[in-house]
Ligand binder design. Sequence first.
Ligand SMILES: *[C@@H]1O[C@H](CO)[C@@H](O)[C@H](O)[C@H]1NC(C)=O
Ligand SMILES: *[C@@H]1O[C@H](CO)[C@@H](O)[C@H](O)[C@H]1NC(C)=O
Length: 923
Amino acid sequence: MLRLRRYRYYSLLAAVVVFLLYRVARNSGQWEAASASFSHAAPPFQPKSAPPTNIDAHSDDDLPRQILRNTGDENNPTLVSNLDTTHQDSADDNQLHPIPPPDPAPVKEATVLAYDHDEAIREKTVPIMNAPGMSASHGFQGSDNPFAKSTTTGTHWEKVPENYPVPESDIIPLPIGKPRKIPTIQYAFEKESSENRETREARQQKVKAEMERSWAGYWTYARGHDELSPVTGKFRDPFCGWAATLVDSLDTLWIMGMEDEFEEALSEVEKIDFTIAKRTEIPVFETTIRYLGGLLAAYDVSLGKKGGYDILLQKARELAEILMGAFDTPNRMPILYYRYTPQSVSQPKRASTRVSIAELGSLAMEFTRLAQLTQENKYYDAVARITDALYEWQNRGTSIPGIFPELVDASGCNRTALNELKAAQSAASPEINSRRSIGVTGNDAIEPEYDAKPEPGKGENDQVKSPMLRRSGESASLDWKSSSDIDGSTLPACIAQGLTAGGWGSEQYSMGGSQDSTYEYFPKQWLLLGGLEPKYKELHLKVSEAVKKWLLYKPMLPDERDALFSAKVQTRGHPETDITTQYEVTHLTCFIGGMFGMAGKIFQIPADVEIGRKLTEGCVWAYESTPTGIMPEVGSVLSCADAKDCHWNTTRYEEGLDPFLASRDQMIEDYEARKAKAKLAEEEEKEANKLTQDTTSSTSQTEHPENGHPGVEQSTGPGANHEIRKRAPVSEVGDLERDEAGSYPATDDEIKSSHARAMDFEDSDPAPGFERVAAGQAPIQADEDRAERDPRRPLTHEEFVAKKIKDENLPKGFLSVDSSSYILRPEAIESVWYMYRITGEKKWQEKGWKMFEAIVRYTTTELGNSAIDNVLSTDTEQLDQMESFWTAETLKYFYLLYSEPNVISLDHWVLNTEAHPFKRPKT
Ligand SMILES: *[C@@H]1O[C@H](CO)[C@@H](O)[C@H](O)[C@H]1NC(C)=O
Ligand SMILES: *[C@@H]1O[C@H](CO)[C@@H](O)[C@H](O)[C@H]1NC(C)=O
């Protein structure tokens, strides 16, 4: 699994390289003509700052780096973009030796191979736009040609003119006015006893000690890189290699009083060069919440302008300048995996037809805060348009009114309408259409991320007139523009629409991964804007109604505690009749307790604070229920039909565990009947044999009584519960982003795969001399009984359930644990912290402390803390990964739980989804 993922990643990179070459080859004639009008004074490639060289470690993603670092220059991390210049005659040591353009046919094959995991490519969507090159004569020519520019200047990012700039007069400004008075969020804490203080401070010091060790490990072994590998002391660079952990941890260092480390870290911040990346595309959401959020919060907590750490704001602006390019689409919806080489940046493109709602909706706070600090409305404009689009969509209506499906079509083009039009047109003029669709299909296949590209030529001449999402939901009617008459056809490039569900058919709704933070940001944006933008309140109130109506459920738990969880539902558009519900329990969803609690306070809905409390209690239960005291990544439980009268019922629980309950008795009956019959036959045969002494008679029939009887599990052997494990995916969380991203060397994935490997391992016999270590490896008692009794008889319901609980190490109450890893996630302690600050109840500090001790017990390494692969076993394995959210979020929330309540008071600060505190406006 792991290997496979990696392989995809490499082949994807290879494909990108090859594809760029292919493009160079295809367009070189055009480019050379265009670039003739430019001087060829290309500055030699010079990274602004060399990565630290004093680090005696090597990355564990050598292979991708090998591919990237094909110039042999260690200090030159982004090399794919160097290909942009391969056709130039200006010799530069850093440039690749020109490679003859490969034959287009194999290129296509390679590309398809690399992408074949991506549904986007399999989906035979009808093309919307022309492929660039289809109408080459109308392409990039003349002195404004951005391609030409990119071929004559450096190899890293640089600003190019936007294709779809927002006219100055249309820029949406930050709301102005006096911030509203907002009800207080925090409990009015009394003065604490000295005894309480002692306990609290002792705990706080223990949290800080974890931070000090993790930070030192990172600083020594991974400084300047994204993540420390906390077991082996290597490093990883999954977030472009801009020192993600370092930037993500700055405000934590400050808050914990580690000011020397903070100052020291700033010298590294200064060296970060956002114009060079170790990936060819920027994951816009992750980059925004971790880097941009981290820089802005570090600036805010270190007293902003007064503090004098201007470098933080300066770096935030540098990064934002680059990210702004992602919004350069006709409807200003962002490209969320943004290829930012000059060549790519300058090409007109649209947002994808399949983006995750979380990634689209969770950019708001960071860009808003940047706009506030710089007084530059363009940053606010970028995200206000997304909010407007969501607001318009919520009012227009989704299948589950109030909330949004996980997959969103952000392209702004109505494929249905276009198909209708095409059908009509092709009836009238078949020739033109067949010609177009060939070109477009080819383009789609090569670059599935951009489901379509506006036709070349559009960018330069029609900038201002180009379709653009306007304020207040006019978009749906306004933004269609006939695509000119590029080759005499009147086929429109795009029939405009607002946001709609992406993909086809089934839509998923939940508060979990890929959706979560969009909802989290509505009330938080309202706070950040001082209550001056009412849309955020409206958005939140509708979300909260929908969540209560469709998603919240009361789980049946062994200790019958008053808890809630939020489910995932699926509908094909008619939820009243076709909805299906997955009673999931996922770590990522655990933020929601804090969200309900906080929003309940600011919008004065006490019932929502209560809901927040119960949701938090659910996650605390999930921690307490496992042998390690740590919640698994993904699992499921049973829901109570009647939330008011919900009692533990062992019969019901065990029935829920048995997928073959209905047929089980019948299976045994059938088996016994066939066995009796076989026995009878055998005896008859024996009789006959006695008579004839004929030994050739076959008895094979009787040896496999269950053959040809589907649905009967093998009662012995490793295959026994294979069926059950396959029923549910190991984990679904994060799959979407990863697969969409394609080239994302995701830590989640690796954890999932290692989990999957562990599962595979369980299914095979251990090597001699090895014992099976993971959950439920020991043969259970029933096996031995059965061996004496009858090894082939199907299991009874009771036997099956006992075996399943044992084999899967299921904590009582869980129906399944689909991913048993813990990757140092913060969401549960986040909600516990909110609950403590909101209610003032000390019990949350106690619950939090149990969580902390459990996490430290199993994740601590010499150099930091590591993700673990199985919270269901006290013998769990450390996975050698420490995501930046460990120091950015998890440890920060633990620390703040044991701080005095005025440290990062929720009445003065609002935290982004990466736990970065932004200063709220003063009323
Ligand atoms: C897309 O076009 C179809 C057919 O014209 C129409 O029924 C549908 O409402 C449009 N969708 C949106 C979101 O505008
Ligand atoms: C427990 O569940 C079983 C099976 O669903 C049901 O038949 C029984 O009535 C339940 N018992 C109680 C006390 O509700």
